[in-house]
Design a protein around this ligand. Structure first.
Ligand code: DSN
Length: 472
């Protein structure tokens, strides 16, 4: 029997790799097997298409291409220009953005590019203006000192980590929390929701240069129109990091006030979460910030990864197809079914539910820390990650929450009925786990963990992962 194209491609690739370092080929094969068997509920993970994966494994990896399309620091970039221009075009069309910069290697990189662009655009620095117009030789030591002083210590207001914000939005251990004079806004302790009046009050008091919206563990929509009004009221640049929900924006589930692109001055994202592309980042903006954003490499980034930009072009083309909107809607339907299945069984959820792709369980209701719950679920074949909840009594390491998300299982085709069954498995494990003698230790009957693992595998049997890929 002849093999299909996907199986042939991946088998051949592994055969070539095996001839050099068989352990790498084995690990790649084992990774597919593990992913096929586990109930993957990590909210930030997904499964890229075979076309996206294959676009990354080729000669583009060998090319340096610092600069931008048509304006490179290296010769021979014509084919890189083709894929970078395609990826940017698809991104602009998909999100309705005037400008797209597809070189960032990750979400953190994308945010650094955005921070630089905003600083360069907004900070009044005669020395910087000279530096920008390539008169760097005319700058004295005193100019450079002034430039550093003027760029430093600018103010950023972002969502706090324990309220669901991201560490690059001013969390102290991250560079954003060190390079900016930062303050954060949280959520209402009673509802768990963003209180826009409180954000406005904080903005009025603090007068940030940058107001950041976006999250990695907030299970609700954000009204970007209101956030922009707040930013405008204090003269702040409004930046949205849509890494988690970019797929929901692309699939037109988040529209109007909930689509960040028409409201923000600058939008950053990763491409590998709900957007289902390769591991990487991207920046979208209007014409006024475009020049600064395009300086991302070599200002902040190392040489672009042309093989990943090729894969971004493929994945963004996929996201422009009509069936991606259906996928995005199913992500949210599944998250809501999962939330209902959990609350119906007595789980306590931050904000009581979800209107995006993720659910945050407060596991203190089960008498557990996030760390204990994460490991007990992993023992039972359910892959999640622990996450802080608002005002978390256990801090950012042990935490009191479990974050779960549906982009990956939705890519496999699981639907709302399977989400209810998933809620039952999660609830069973968490009710049967007891806290041990430390915040990391727990007690769970291995026979029960084994039984749930089998049930989790059974749940997946009708939904093969990469059905077209047979590694033999
Ligand atoms: N690490 C990502 C997440 O899991 O949300 C964010 O950077």
């Amino acid at each position: 029997m002849s093999l299909n194209a996907e199986s042939t491609a991946f088998r051949s690739a592994l055969e070539v790799i095996r001839a050099v370092e068989p352990r790498v080929a084995d690990a790649i094969g084992a990774e597919l097997a593990d992913q096929r068997e586990s109930l993957k509920l990590i909210a930030s993970e997904n499964y890229a298409s075979p076309a996206t994966l294959l676009a990354m494994g080729n000669w583009f990896s060998d090319k340096y291409a610092e600069g931008t399309v048509g304006r490179r620091f290296y010769a021979g970039c014509q084919n890189v220009d083709t894929v970078e221009a395609l990826a940017a075009e698809h991104a602009r069309e998909l999100f309705g953005a005037a400008h797209a910069y597809v070189q960032p290697h990750s979400g953190i990189d994308a945010n650094l590019v955005a921070f630089w662009a905003i600083l360069a655009d907004r900070v009044e620095s005669p020395a910087l203006k000279k530096a920008q117009v390539r008169q760097v030789n005319e700058l004295t030591e005193a100019d450079w000192f002034a430039l550093r002083r003027e760029l430093g210590n600018q103010r950023m207001l972002g969502m706090s980590l324990d309220a669901g914000g991201h560490l690059t939005h001013g969390f102290r251990p991250n560079i954003s929390g060190k390079m900016f004079d930062q303050r954060s806004y949280g959520t209402d302790p009673a509802t768990g929701l963003i209180d826009y009046d409180k954000v406005a009050e904080a903005a009025r008091e603090f007068k940030p240069l940058i107001l950041v919206a976006g999250y990695s563990a907030y299970p609700r929509k954000v009204n970007f129109r209101i956030m922009r009004e707040i930013a405008d009221s204090v003269g702040a640049t409004f930046m949205v990091d849509m890494a988690h929900f970019a797929g929901l924006v692309a699939g037109k589930v988040f529209t109007g006030d909930f689509d960040p692109v028409p409201h923000a001055h600058i939008v950053t994202t990763t491409t590998h979460k709900s957007l289902r592309g390769p591991r990487g980042g991207m920046v979208l903006c209007g014409p006024e910030l475009a020049d600064q954003v395009d300086r991302g490499c070599p200002m902040v980034l190392g040489g672009p990864l042309p093989h990943v930009m090729a894969a971004k072009a493929v994945a963004l083309a996929e996201a422009r197809r009509p069936d991606f909107a259906d996928y995005a809607q199913r992500i949210v339907d599944n998250a809501q079914a999962l939330a209902e299945g959990l609350t119906g069984r007595g789980a306590k959820l931050v904000t009581g539910g979800t209107d995006n792709h993720l659910v945050l369980i407060d596991v203190t209701g089960y008498g557990l820390t996030g760390r204990q719950a994460e490991q007990a679920l992993l023992d039972s074949g359910i892959v999640t990650n622990r996450n802080a909840v608002p005002q978390d009594p256990n801090g950012a390491w042990y935490t009191s929450g479990i974050r779960i998300g549906t982009p990956a299982l939705t890519s496999r085709g699981l639907g709302t009925a399977e989400m209810d069954a998933t809620a039952e498995l999660i609830h069973t494990v968490l009710t049967q786990t007891t806290s041990g003698e430390s915040k990391a230790k727990y007690v769970l009957d291995p026979a029960l963990a084994d039984k749930v693992s089998k049930q989790a595998s059974e749940l997946l049997t009708g939904f093969p992962l990469y059905p077209g890929v047979d590694l033999g």
